[in-house]
Design a protein around this ligand. Structure first.
Ligand code: GLN
Length: 507
């Protein structure tokens, strides 16, 4: 029997177009799968209760001869950082428990217009702060490859849902790596667009100068399919790029049909190929570069001296922006309100009690750090210096892209670590982001895709490709070709080798 949950979004769209599958059948298969694996994986914070009804509606309209978008009836999952009027939106925080926003995020509106059917909201680190999903106020998500390990973060829920075949595609958000690092840990494909490429309207802001929404999928072409739906100008977001984007799907499909990296200049960044990385990750990365070189690509060494300071600069800029963005959770306008006992509480007492009860430790840590970095007398020394480093990192990218077409790095310094392993060590947790943060600081696009499994521990290893700002299409082109070479070299598509997830508990 056809298992719709093991098919790509592209295949599902083709099946519906040929009348060989109904949306109701496809959605039912995914809801059954969710029901089966969620006790182990916990990728979802909320499963939609209207999905099947909406699928039936698409089927009826299609049967009646209405012209619907090709993607109508295709299920997807939504990271809980995105506002949805029909489902609770918590950003993984207790302070927003049960909160229903009054409007949809623009990306959600665009997905609705494309006829996509939401299966639910996925788990994440609270307010997208973290690299393991363990900072969620609602319990961690497990990695489908090994339920004792983290799927990464902050978007571990979306990545795990896609890896465990609970959804063919999902939306994530990436401020410092929250799409790409979970993709590396789960063997999925994740894309962070050029800053401004996708609307931030209705995204619960973490750091507004870094946040971008992007797709998670099991293939490069599927990621392109979702990217085409969400990309584009939005007058509600002042940082949104006004020029239209070319089709990413067309680029990916054409490249996959005739894969070639001949003459492609690929940069190897010295600072992101170091002894600090897990040896098996580094080895696979080198094997990948050798394989690309054998296919005709030119590998060029790049020195990006300021990348060494990227994590430090990010962990000043991000808390500074986050402390300001999170000030709105004040017990007056949104969600939770905790009133201290005694009857004589002031507004400040209520705010303090609410924020004390509603925010987790990592969020409090960053609010304190950010407030400190922005305070009079320290602003220049911390926030000001970090912004200067950010400019230097942007200049490193500019000079690198004078020499190469794309930069290739490991997508994460190591494979998925065990749940609990880094929870008490914030600096180790922050170091997860060293490969992904530079792209956010410079606003350039980044694509994570698998480069096979680690021969030592059997876990997925991620490759990251970066292109200049506005070079999103180039990444899908190069990514789709590389996906074919990498799969051929390292044992076939990674996603198809995910072990069967045991229902009802860790395996
Ligand atoms: N690990 C990063 C952080 O904790 C990821 C942030 C993100 O991309 N949302 O800040």
């Amino acid at each position: 029997m056809t298992d719709f949950t093991r098919m790509s979004a592209t295949e599902l769209v083709a099946l519906m177009a040929r009348g060989e599958a109904s949306s109701a059948d496809i959605v039912t298969a995914h809801l059954d799968r969710i029901h089966h694996v969620e006790p182990t994986i916990h990728a979802f914070l909320h499963v939609a209760d209207k999905a099947l009804e909406q699928a039936g509606e698409v089927d009826r309209r299609r049967a009646a001869g209405e012209t619907l978008p090709a993607t109508a009836g295709l299920p997807f999952a939504v990271k809980d950082v995105l506002c949805t009027t029909d489902m609770p939106t918590t950003a993984g925080s207790k302070i927003l428990e049960g909160y229903y926003p009054p409007y949809d995020a623009t990306v959600v509106t665009k997905c609705r217009a494309a006829g996509l059917i939401s299966l639910g909201k996925t788990n994440m680190d609270e307010f997208a702060m973290g690299s393991s999903t363990e900072h969620s106020g609602y319990g961690p998500t497990a990695n489908p490859w090994d339920a004792t390990r983290t799927p990464g973060g902050s978007g571990g829920g979306s990545a795990a849902a896609v890896a465990a075949c609970e959804a063919p595609i999902a939306l994530g958000s990436d401020t410092g790596g929250s799409i790409r690092q979970p993709s590396a840990f789960t063997g999925t494909v994740g894309f962070k667009p050029t800053y401004g490429g996708v609307s931030r309207y209705g995204v619960i802001a973490l750091a507004s100068s870094l946040d971008q929404v992007g797709p998670v999928a099991r293939t490069v072409t599927d990621a392109a399919l979702l990217q085409d739906i969400i990309a584009g100008h939005d007058p509600h977001d002042s940082t949104s790029i006004p020029t239209p984007w070319p089709s990413m799907v067309d680029a990916a499909v054409a490249a996959a049909r005739n894969p070639s990296v001949k003459g492609l200049k690929v940069g190897r960044i010295k600072q992101l190929d170091t002894d600090g990385f897990q040896p098996s990750v580094r080895q696979r990365y080198h094997e990948t570069l050798e394989m690309l070189s054998a296919e005709g690509a030119e590998i060029i060494d790049i020195d990006a001296p300021h990348f060494d300071y990227a994590v430090s600069a990010y962990y000043l800029i991000l808390p500074a922006e986050a402390s300001s963005n999170l000030a709105k959770f004040d017990s007056v306008r949104f969600g939770l309100r905790v009133t201290p006992e005694g009857g004589d509480a002031t507004v400040e007492d209520v705010m303090a009690a609410t924020r004390e009860a509603g925010f987790g430790d990592e969020v409090k840590r960053r609010i304190i750090l950010g407030t400190y970095a922005l305070s009079a007398g320290y602003y220049d020394a911390y926030y000001g210096s970090a912004q200067k480093v950010r400019t230097l990192i942007q200049q490193d990218f500019t000079s690198a892209f004078r020499k190469v077409d794309v930069l290739a790095t490991p997508a994460a310094p190591h494979t998925a670590f065990r749940l609990g392993e880094q929870l008490d060590d914030p600096l180790a947790m922050y170091a997860n982001d060293m490969t992904t943060i530079p792209a956010n600081l410079a606003g350039v696009p980044g694509l994570a895709l698998p480069m096979g499994l680690d021969p030592e521990n059997g876990l997925p290893i991620g490759l990251q490709l970066m292109a200049p700002a506005h070079g999103d299409r180039r990444l899908f082109e190069v990514g789709a070709a590389m996906e074919i070479f990498v799969n051929a070299a390292f044992g076939g598509p990674v996603w198809s080798r995910v072990p069967e997830v045991a229902a009802g508990g860790a395996k």
